[in-house]
Design a binder for this molecule. Sequence first.
Ligand code: HEM
Length: 148
Amino acid sequence: MTSDAIEHVRNSYARLSGSDRQLSARFYERMFAAAPNLRRLFPDDLTSLQGHFEAALALVIRNLNDMAALKEPLRDLGAQHVHWGARPEDYVTARDALVGAIGSLSPSWDGALEGHWRDAITAIIVPMIEGAAVHTALEAERIASEQV
Ligand code: HEM
């Protein structure tokens, strides 16, 4: 992402209307509306998860200019998500739900801003999906090494 695009996303994040929890609540609402099968992967009460999700998002937005530093932590987060049942295509559903939720809370929203947000969220989900793949490959190797 260019530094202008990063600035655009940061300013937009700072100007989102509503509380932090409102963004994550809308995100989950939209994700489950688009893919009702995902609801069963999550706990009934999403309150604490909303806090974790918001914190992760805020951290990434702060560090968009140095995503290399976040690559490993995001890969680890993606590896954890394998156990929670997240598949690569679910990340695309999540990205679209998050862009939609952000748009619904943005006082000004246009195609350029939507594109910048899509790029920012893609920069989050790609290392997560990679982390899941590496985790799965390492599991395969571990299982293979058990053979006599
Ligand atoms: C933008 C992408 C995503 C981000 C930034 C993200 C972030 C997080 C974070 C920070 C946690 C809490 C981790 C912890 O408690 O240690 C979490 C938990 C979880 N995530 Fe995600 N996530 C993303 C996408 C997804 C997707 C696509 C799915 C699957 C459909 C998913 C399913 C879950 C589940 C099931 C949990 C655990 C719920 C529990 O505590 O039982 N996430 N996620």
